[in-house]
Design a protein around this ligand. Structure first.
Ligand SMILES: *Cc1c(COP(=O)(O)O)cnc(C)c1O
Length: 222
């Protein structure tokens, strides 16, 4: 099936309130343009250098989302054009984003990545670490980041109950943090990939990040 028909299929299936991020990492500008011609405007990348190269070459009305682990020294390269950073996993990264955004006088939307999966390897804040950080209040001086919600990566398992319980847990955590620290603009839940986006949407996700279902398998060696 073509990239366009995959995009169309997903758009039929997803509620209109859910944003589809087409995860295009490792895929070519040409493949992205195929999705673009099917109406897709939001693309997710996980490497700053790759995202910058594509952004320079592709139409200016594409929204670029950073979804992968971001090193502080790479923030500057993406800060002028990135529309949402999903993968904010530390106070130091937040401070670096704020400093770079302030330098160019823009406010950048960010999500806090929360770790709920069983695997050790997954990035993100531990729930209590995040509560402590927010209670501490140091983030309140960061005027050039806007906190828009939470992101998570579910466990890599066939156990749907496990995945659902992780997603509903993060949904509840978002509601709790919104009430305690933020306002109505803390309104995004980025949850769900190719294998689990349907479960994520059932659990209240507002952004799904879908790659291989749209573009096929990734070849990291390319
Ligand atoms: C690669 C990636 C995705 C997309 O994964 P698929 O299984 O190909 O849909 C989603 N989210 C993050 C954080 C990723 O790194």
């Amino acid at each position: 099936m073509s990239i366009i028909s995959k995009i169309e299929e997903l758009n039929r299936e997803l509620p209109t309130s859910v944003t589809l991020v087409a995860v295009s990492k490792t895929h070519s500008a040409q493949e992205i343009m195929e999705a673009y011609s099917g109406g897709q405007r939001v693309f997710g990348e996980s490497r700053p250098q790759e995202m910058c190269a594509k952004q320079e070459e592709l139409p200016a009305d594409i929204e670029w989302h950073m979804i992968g682990h971001l090193q502080r020294n790479k923030v500057r390269s993406i800060i002028s054009f990135v529309s949402l950073i999903h993968s904010v996993d530390s106070a130091r990264l937040l401070e670096a984003i704020d400093a770079e955004a302030s330098r160019i006088e823009r406010v950048v939307d960010v999500l806090l990545e929360v770790r709920v999966a069983q695997e050790e390897s997954k990035a993100g804040w531990e729930e209590n670490e995040l509560r402590n950080y927010l209670s501490g209040g140091k983030w309140r001086v960061l005027k050039n980041v806007r906190f828009r919600g939470l992101m998570t990566i579910g466990s890599n398992t066939d156990d749907n109950e496990q995945i659902c319980s992780e997603f509903t847990h993060v949904r509840d955590l978002k509601a709790e943090l919104q009430t305690a620290f933020f306002d109505d603009s803390f309104d995004i839940l980025s949850m769900g990939m190719t294998s689990d986006y349907a479960l994520a949407v059932e659990s209240g996700s507002t952004i799904v990040r879908v790659g291989s279902m749209i573009f096929g398998e990734r070849d990291y060696k390319k």
